[in-house]
Write a protein that binds this ligand. Structure first.
Ligand code: BDR
Ligand code: CA
Length: 318
């Protein structure tokens, strides 16, 4: 059975791997990709998405642009740490030919709202960047807020953040937006650092892509090797790079990859814990829980699925 999916990406390296995971999954009908800012400017992310879709021969999938910055701000600049981890071009300086296609004229917000209206439960949305676009869709459409099924990469419940002791990078970009969707949406699965830092890739795996001798394999290996190198500096204790965004796609396809707890979530928006994802004490005793947080992951099974899907996809991109 296939499930319709929309990815909302700030196309850096692990977003690119998440896109490849979706493209390599026969259970997924990817109906569109929306672009957000974060690892890169929204324009760069959209360009990367268009180029990667072309590389893998999927020019049938439309790409839409979302807002370029948090709603509480009037601009956005890429953080130094993002550039260090993902490179200036967002894909570890790996070369991607200029895409032939351009972004759609419809906005990402309109596309998300219309897709939920049209497909309801058949559709899952996987955001792997800041929550700005998803929050904007929920603000303009009650149908979206009531009916959207979201599996998002972001946050950290049982472990520290990665940009501050409390905040994870995606939530940190727009804490108000993530807080708004935690309070308003009815079905969010949070794939945070609790589990994504348990799913690691090393050069042993990227060597398999290199060995394919295809443009797809060369691209995935070059981008991911850059990412693995950055992790040697930012998190040397891990011994690999975190497969943050691909895990969210993996769980959207197969929820049994993770163990979750049911919870009503909020985000701290004030003070030194700004950006922290935590249980909302005011909704602790409510019967209905609107979120699930992944706290355990079958890492061997996920890694095997990840490698099978991406290697098969890259083998075909000649
Ligand atoms: C998240 O932040 C971004 O840098 C990655 O693409 C991922 O979505 C990890 O904290
Ligand atoms: Ca991302």
């Amino acid at each position: 059975m296939t499930r319709k999916m929309i990815l909302d990406l700030d196309t850096g390296i692990d977003d690119a791997l998440a896109l490849a995971y979706a493209l390599g999954s026969e259970e997924v009908d990817l109906i569109g990709v929306t672009g957000t800012y974060g690892n890169v400017l929204v324009e760069t992310g959209v360009r990367n998405t268009l180029a990667i879709l072309e590389l893998f021969g999927r020019t049938d999938i439309p790409v839409f642009a979302g807002p370029g910055h948090a709603s509480a701000k009037d601009s956005f600049e890429v953080l130094e740490i993002s550039e260090f981890i993902h490179g200036k071009n967002g894909v570890g300086e790996a070369e991607l030919p200029t895409p032939q296609r351009v972004v759609e004229t419809k906005s990402a917000v309109d596309f998300l709202v219309e897709s939920v209206e049209q497909y309801g439960d058949e559709l899952v949305i996987v955001p792997t960047g800041p929550s700005t676009t998803i929050a904007a869709a929920a603000k303009v459409s009650d149908t979206f807020a009531d009916k959207a099924h979201i599996v998002m990469m972001g946050g950290a419940l049982t472990v520290p953040g990665n940009v501050s002791p409390w905040a994870e990078a995606n939530v940190n970009q727009d804490p108000e937006a993530t807080d708004a969707i935690f309070r308003r949406l009815k079905d969010i699965t949070m794939i945070g650092l609790d589990v994504t830092l348990q799913t690691l890739l090393t050069v042993d795996e990227t060597a398999k892509w290199e060995a394919l001798g295809t443009p797809g394999g060369d691209f995935l290996a070059a981008a991911t090797n850059y990412y693995i190198d950055a992790y040697k500096t930012t998190a040397p204790h891990l011994g690999g790079c975190g497969l943050h965004d691909p895990l969210a796609v993996g769980v959207a396809i197969d929820p049994s990859l993770v163990d979750t707890i049911a919870i009503n979530l909020k985000v701290d928006t004030e003070g030194e814990t700004r950006g922290r994802t935590i249980g909302d004490e005011t909704r602790l005793n409510e019967e209905e829980k609107t979120a699930k947080v992944a706290v355990g992951v079958d890492k061997q099974r996920f890694l095997a699925e990840f490698m099978r899907r991406l290697t098969d996809l890259a083998a075909e991109a000649r």
